[in-house]
Design a protein around this ligand. Structure first.
Ligand code: FPP
Length: 239
């Protein structure tokens, strides 16, 4: 595929799925799938940047993922801890600006601190805008936004009739980030699993059977190719 002939989506959102099945297929513990999945995240950031994608948002840990066995949650948190630590160096060598969305109070103090350091260290970088959804759930994000807007109304700062869609977008964790053009979910599942429900209103969806640890630049190009075969009409009619 000649990269220049394709329209490159500005923002790609990904639901990383299939780490566990990838490990199971190899008779390995599930955690090895997460370790490999984290390496794939690193590689895909570089690939997305080299293809000209400006924003990449990945679903690393959902509000529902806490219900996994304690040992698995512990292993994922350890992996994220190491990832966030190493990411500071990588973000600066790749010129990547990293943000984390989701509800932070349930994360441990040291993880919260690493997130703050990473966001601060990379805030002036001008390359790929990489967003990690961590303890993220879209309904929780919308609930938090509604609570903030309601208290601004109660304080008399705004009137209920002045609430706009734009105002709601600006109260979400993704404020300042354009809505995704393309959503990819790996491993054959075709659900949104509480991911970016507001932001995906007009996004094209691409589902692939490839398990996340096996996802690579070629697979990303296939998704972009498919995206190019579709027209986004935003509910309107093309003349
Ligand atoms: C998806 O596969 C796994 C997760 C959503 C858990 C954690 C993700 C990672 C560790 C990837 C690393 C991310 C970053 C930002 C470093 P699954 O366990 O649901 O797979 P299965 O459906 O095959 O069981």
């Amino acid at each position: 595929m000649a990269e220049k002939e394709y329209r490159i989506p500005q923002h790609v959102a990904i639901i990383l799925d299939g780490n566990g099945r990838w490990a199971k297929k190899r008779l390995m513990p599930r955690n090895m799938g997460h370790v490999q999945g984290a390496k794939t995240v690193e590689q895909i950031c570089e690939d997305a940047d080299s293809l000209g994608i400006k924003y990449l948002t990945v679903y690393a840990f959902s509000t529902e993922n806490w219900s996994r066995p304690e040992s698995e949650v512990g292993a994922i948190m350890k992996l994220l801890r190491n990832y966030l630590r190493d990411c500071i160096k990588r973000a600066n060598s790749n010129n990547m600006k990293v943000r984390v969305i989701g509800e932070r109070s349930r994360l441990s103090d040291d993880i919260r601190q690493k997130i703050d350091e990473l966001e601060k260290a990379s805030e002036n970088n001008t390359g790929l805008n990489f967003t990690i959804a961590l303890n993220y759930g879209s309904r929780d994000e919308i609930k938090r936004a509604v609570t903030e807007i309601a208290s601004e109304c109660a304080d008399g700062k705004i009137k209920p009739e002045d609430i706009t869609e734009q105002m709601i977008s600006e109260h979400l964790d993704t404020r300042g980030i354009p809505d995704p053009d393309l959503l990819i979910r790996t491993s054959g599942e075709e659900r949104l699993s509480n991911y970016l429900l507001w932001q995906l209103a007009y996004t094209e969806f691409y589902f692939t059977d490839v398990l996340w640890p096996d996802f690579n630049k070629e697979e990303l190009k296939k998704a972009i190719e498919k995206y190019n075969g579709r027209e986004r009409r935003y509910g309107g009619v093309i003349e």
